[in-house]
Design a protein around this ligand. Structure first.
Ligand SMILES: Nc1ncnc2c1ncn2[C@@H]1O[C@H](COP(=O)(O)OP(=O)(O)O)[C@@H](O)[C@H]1O
Ligand SMILES: [Mg+2]
Length: 511
C-alpha cells in the first residue's frame, strides 16, 4: 500500500504542492527515488536512512520507492528530507497514514534526526493554507510560518522523534505563534547633512512618489551620506506589503527570528556583484537584490562602475515590477517593485567640475564615464540632480531645524493622498506607477502650466518618456503641497530635476 505526505517545490515566490508517495514492495531490498529530484534531494536518502536508524528503527527489508509527484517539476533544496522520512514512516505504520496525508512537511534532517531550519517556510505555509493542510516545519521556522494566520496550524518540532510522538499522541506539541513585528528606527537623520538643500528637497519628492532618483557629484559631496538617510523618511510598509516582502525574504532566509519587518528594505549591493546576485536565479534559484528590495529601495552607489550587462538588465524590471529568470527547464518570476537610487561621480577622477583638481582629460573623461550608462536607462530616472561640493561656510553652520521626522511626516501625507487616488486601480500605489491616459488625467496642468511644459518639451526635444516622467514628478510635488491641480511652478520645479549638460562634442543634452 502507498503512503502519502506533502511538501512544496518553490518556483519564484510561489510554492507548488508536491505529493511524496512511498511504496514498500517485496523484492531485493533497495531505496530508490524518482520524480526529478536534484542532487540535494537525491542525497536526502542517506540522511533519512541515518535519521530513522538514530530513532532505533530499522528500514524494512523491502524495495522502498519514493515518488515525488508531479514528476515534471524540478525539486530543489534540502527541505524534502522530512516529507520523505514521514511518508516512509507512514508506510511502515510508525505514524498514522492519515496524519502524514494531511500535512505539508518542510525540513532538513541531520543524521541524528534533529530538524535543521530551511528557507521558504512562509510561502510554504501559504500553500498549505490554500490546500487546507497543516504545516510541519523545523522549530526555528515556526514563528515565520505562523504568520499565515488561523487558517493553518503550524507545528514546529525540534526533531523527528518529537514529531513521531506528537502524531502518536504521546506528547502533543502546541502550535507555533507568529514572530514579532519589528520596525527599525533609523538612527541617521537628514539634519546631519549640512547645506545640500536642493538634494534634500529632491529626495523628499522622490520618496513621496517612489520616483527613481539619480545623484551625481564630486567625491565627498555627501551622496552616500544622503542615500543612507532615505530609509528614515520613507513610510512603513502596510500589512499587505510587509507580507509580500517577507515572502521573498523568507526564500532568501533573511527573516530575523521569524519576525516580519515593517521597515522598507534598503538594499545596497556592491558594484562587483554578479548578474545572478542582482537579478536573481543562478544554479540554486534565489531572489536577487532587486527582489529583496521589493517595496523598498535599491541603492546602487558608484553606479557607472557596475557591469554594463547588469545595468542594462535592470531596464525591464524597472518598468514591469517583476523579473523573469530563465532556468534550464522553467521560467521563474520574482516580484521586484523597487525605488532605484543611484549615485555617481561625474568622471573617473571625480573632479570634472573643479578646474584646479581635474585631470588632464577633462571634459572627455566625464563623457566616457557616464557613457557607461545607456540613454534608455538614464531616461528611467524621474529625478536627476547634480550635488555640488559642500561649502565650508555651510559646514560650520548649526544643524538644520528640520530633520528626517518632519520630512517623513510630509512624505507619509503625500503617500496617503496617492493611496486614496489609486484605491480603485489595481497594482498602482504611487504616482510613479501611473501611465498613459490615467497619468494625463491625474496630472492635468493649468493652462499656463501646459504652455510652459509644451515650450520646454520643444526646446529640449524631450522624448515621450521624459515628458511623462515630468508629469509624474509634478503630480508628486503638488501632492506634497496638498494641491489638487498641477500649477506652473510645479512644472518648473519638476523640469529642474532633469539635468542639462554640455557634452564635449558641444551638443546640449537633457538627461
Ligand atoms: N553636506 C554634508 N554635511 C556634513 N558632512 C558632510 C556633508 N557632505 C559630506 N560630508 C562628510 O564627508 C563624508 C563623505 O561623504 P560621502 O557621502 O561619503 O560622499 P560621496 O558619497 O559623495 O563621495 C561624510 O561621511 C561626511 O563626514
Ligand atoms: Mg560615496
Amino acid at each position: 500500500m502507498i503512503a502519502r505526505a506533502y511538501t512544496v517545490a518553490f518556483q519564484g515566490v510561489e510554492a507548488k504542492l508536491i505529493e511524496v508517495q512511498c511504496s514498500l514492495a517485496p523484492g531485493i531490498p533497495a531505496f530508490n527515488m524518482v520524480g526529478l529530484p536534484d542532487k540535494a534531494v537525491s542525497e536526502s536518502k542517506e540522511r533519512v536512512r541515518a535519521a530513522i536508524t538514530a530513532m532505533g528503527l530499522a528500514l524494512p527489508a523491502k524495495r522502498i520507492t519514493i515518488n515525488l509527484s508531479p514528476a515534471d517539476l524540478l525539486k530543489e533544496g534540502s527541505h524534502f528530507d522530512l516529507p520523505i522520512a514521514m511518508s516512509l514512516l507512514a508506510a511502515m505504520d510508525i505514524i498514522p497514514k492519515e496524519e502524514a496525508a494531511r500535512h505539508v512537511f518542510l525540513g532538513e534532517l541531520s543524521l541524528d534526526g534533529t530538524l535543521v531550519p530551511v528557507v521558504g517556510a512562509l510561502p510554504a505555509a501559504m500553500a498549505a493554507a490554500e490546500a487546507d493542510f497543516g504545516l510541519i516545519c523545523p522549530k526555528n521556522c515556526g514563528p515565520e510560518a505562523a504568520w499565515v494566520g488561523g487558517a493553518v496550524q503550524v507545528i514546529a518540532p525540534n526533531s523527528m522523534l518529537e514529531l513521531v510522538n506528537h502524531f502518536n499522541g504521546r506528547k502533543v506539541l502546541s502550535a507555533s505563534e507568529p514572530g514579532e513585528v519589528h520596525t527599525e528606527v533609523s538612527t541617521r537623520d537628514l539634519r546631519d547633512v549640512k547645506g545640500q538643500e536642493k538634494a534634500k528637497r529632491a529626495m523628499e519628492i522622490a520618496a513621496a512618489g517612489r520616483h527613481h532618483f539619480f545623484m551625481i557629484g564630486e567625491p565627498g559631496a555627501g551622496k552616500s551620506m544622503l542615500a543612507a538617510r532615505l530609509p528614515g523618511i520613507l513610510p512603513p510598509l502596510d500589512p499587505a506589503e510587509a507580507l509580500e516582502t517577507s515572502m521573498i525574504h523568507s526564500l532568501a532566509g533573511l527573516l530575523k527570528e521569524g519576525g516580519i519587518s515593517r521597515t522598507r528594505p534598503f538594499r545596497t549591493p556592491h558594484h562587483t556583484a554578479s548578474m545572478a546576485a542582482i537579478v536573481g536565479g543562478g544554479r540554486n534559484a534565489k531572489p536577487g537584490e532587486i527582489s529583496l528590495a521589493h517595496n523598498g529601495v535599491l541603492f546602487l552607489d558608484e553606479f557607472p562602475e557596475f557591469a554594463r550587462a547588469v545595468l542594462e538588465t535592470l531596464r525591464q524590471p524597472i518598468e514591469t515590477g517583476d523579473v523573469v529568470v530563465a532556468r534550464a527547464n522553467a521560467h521563474v518570476r520574482y516580484p521586484c517593485k523597487f525605488m532605484l537610487l543611484a549615485a555617481a561621480n561625474p568622471c573617473r577622477c571625480g573632479f570634472l567640475t573643479d578646474p584646479e583638481r581635474a585631470c588632464a582629460r577633462v571634459p572627455l573623461c566625464g563623457d566616457e564615464y557616464l557613457a557607461r550608462i545607456s540613454g534608455p536607462l538614464m531616461d528611467r530616472f524621474d529625478i536627476k540632480i547634480e550635488i555640488p561640493p559642500v561649502a565650508v561656510s555651510d559646514l560650520s553652520q548649526p544643524p538644520a531645524t528640520e530633520g528626517s521626522a518632519d520630512i517623513a511626516f510630509r512624505v507619509a501625507q503625500a503617500r496617503e493622498i496617492q493611496r486614496e487616488r489609486f484605491a480603485d486601480h489595481k497594482g498602482i500605489s504611487t504616482n510613479s506607477d501611473a501611465e498613459g491616459a490615467l497619468l494625463e488625467t491625474i496630472a492635468e496642468p493649468t493652462t499656463e502650466g501646459r504652455k510652459l511644459l509644451g515650450d520646454m518639451a520643444q526646446h529640449f526635444r524631450m522624448s515621450a518618456r521624459a515628458y511623462h516622467r515630468i508629469l509624474r514628478v509634478c503630480r508628486t510635488i503638488a501632492d506634497l503641497e496638498g494641491e489638487r491641480i498641477v500649477q506652473r511652478h510645479h512644472i518648473a520645479e519638476s523640469v529642474s530635476y532633469r539635468f542639462y549638460r554640455e557634452s564635449a562634442s558641444g551638443r546640449a543634452k537633457l538627461g
